[in-house]
Design a protein around this ligand. Sequence first.
Ligand code: GLA
Length: 379
Amino acid sequence: MKEKIQKAFAEKFGGEGILFVSPGRFNLIGEHTDYNGGFVFPGAIDKLIMADIRPNGTDKCHIFSIDIDESVTFGLNEEDAPSQQWARYIFGVCREVIKRGGKVEGFDAVFAGNVPLGAGLSSSAALESCFAFAINDLFNDNKFPKMELAKIGQSTEHNYCGVNCGIMDQFASVHGKKDHLMRLDCRSGEFEYFPFQLDGYRLVLVDSRVKHELVDSPYNKRRESCERVARTLGVETLRDADMDMLNAAKDQISDEDYRRAKYVIEEKQRVLDVCEALLRHDYDKVGDRMYRTHAGLSKDYEVSCEELDFLNDIARECGVTGSRIMGGGFGGCTVNLVADDKYDTFVATVLSRFNEKYGHEPNIYPVIVSDGSRRYEDQ
Ligand code: GLA
């Protein structure tokens, strides 16, 4: 990928820029909890966006996307917003840096990536984080702390892309650390690195290839439900609610909102259970919570789809220790915790059974927990 990008840069702009990378993420548990002030437990993965960037001394940005095979030029004022979705992620990052008093000048850039699009692996967060990191480095002496870079990406989604997402994806992309998961408390912003090593087990993502698109998806509606319930309960976010409070207010809440909030409250505890179980190498407990999360996301939060439920059923049939929908839902991947001796049979079974039913094989991505945003030369 590096050679391809540098070659395209030389052809388009002459010479070379500075290479930056930023990864996609997976999440072991803690789904739809981030915008509710809860906990998440993600890690960065080995699939990433790479960009070659060089300031050009003007007030215009010229950007070429290798994968989409398209060039875009934009200025840095609000009215210069490009219409192409992929370019809005980069434009949004520039604008959010400027809004925070940071400096952005014109630059030339070429980028490409291998984070599968629409698979729930946060390709958009990887793109935002890559440019946020680069702009901080090239124009701002790295004055913005990493968490602020994550917030710049998140605000880009809110203000330029129409997704009212939480902080998890951008946080994980920026802060990722090889062989470590991160437990983030989304209310306080505090986080801890957990050494991540599985004894006798593997994690694997199974991508249904049902395209998940959070823009215009019911994602924002889920968030609205949670906020409505929090208001009814008189708490800032559902982090501060428990099942007793929810049950006491049941007749003031629609059945649908009740189920959404119930899922979120239960998921909060599951993340803590998994972190603790992981430290004790109690993989059965980790897996049990993953299955429960899947059931909650499917029945109460209703962000699953037929294909994802089917993948979950096959995992159970194959004796997979834990399996669940990962990320926002509505398509994309399941994450599966599989004992070494069951791995090959599970992968072979899931490929053939899914193909039989839906006419195409799912993609299989073993999870390799990797580093976060950085200058490429730093590795
Ligand atoms: C998407 C959002 C995240 C998070 C997850 C669900 O990936 O971008 O902020 O809410 O969905 O956990």
